[in-house]
Design a protein around this ligand. Structure first.
Ligand SMILES: [Zn+2]
Length: 92
């Protein structure tokens, strides 16, 4: 089983906080070791496979991926340590 398969499987599980999720947009935020955001992927139900692929790429690139309120993405601090490599282009 590949990382992408595992990620798709994980993302396909219904979130526990389903009712809360319906009221706001959610996103997957990839964080650098420094704590800054390096990439963000909107969690669009109809695009589950694409989302999973991008999340898998972020994980593969060594970033921590968290599922967050999309508002958190808008206000997040971007990575400033310049540790960004090709992963940025992949998920951009
Ligand atoms: Zn950084």
């Amino acid at each position: 089983m590949t990382l992408m398969d595992e990620t798709i499987k994980a993302l396909s599980k219904p979130p526990l906080e389903r009712e809360d999720d319906m009221s706001k947009e959610m996103a997957y935020m990839a964080k650098c070791k420094c704590g800054g955001m390096v990439a963000a992927v909107m969690d669009i139900p109809n695009h589950k496979a694409d989302t999973a692929k991008e999340v898998a790429e972020c994980i593969e690139a060594g970033y921590t991926v968290e599922r967050v309120d999309s508002e958190e993405v808008r206000t997040a601090e971007w990575c400033e340590c310049k540790a960004i490599d090709s992963a940025e282009e992949k998920v951009g």
